[in-house]
Design a protein around this ligand. Structure first.
Ligand code: SF4
Ligand code: SF4
Length: 89
């Protein structure tokens, strides 16, 4: 499973950060999130930073994907030929 990202759909709302922190700590604690999102105030570009992601192995689906209301994060089960990251990291 891969989580693919599309910066064209991301509004930097940081809901994924809250959802991820809840997965790890059962609290809304953004500092404990595996995913961090930021928008460059000058040019509007989106950056994701991901660390220690366990892909929500004990959840029905990754919470960051589940709660991204804009569809910027999605699950891909396809093979490595698919473009994994569509953002501008
Ligand atoms: S990926 Fe989705 S939930 Fe996360 S900041 Fe972007 S729009 Fe919000
Ligand atoms: S898949 Fe789970 S652990 Fe990984 S970034 Fe998303 S919410 Fe966090």
């Amino acid at each position: 499973m891969k989580i693919i990202r599309d910066s064209n759909l991301c509004y930097a709302c940081k809901t994924c950060q809250l959802a991820c922190s809840f997965h790890h700590t059962k609290a809304f604690w953004p500092d404990q999130s595996s995913i961090a999102v930021s928008r460059n105030p000058q040019d509007g570009t989106i950056k994701w930073r991901i660390k220690t992601c366990d892909k929500c192995i004990d959840e029905e689906e990754p919470l960051c994907v589940k709660y991204c209301m804009y569809g910027a994060l999605q699950i891909s089960n396809k093979n490595a030929n698919e473009q994994e990251v569509k953002d501008n990291d």
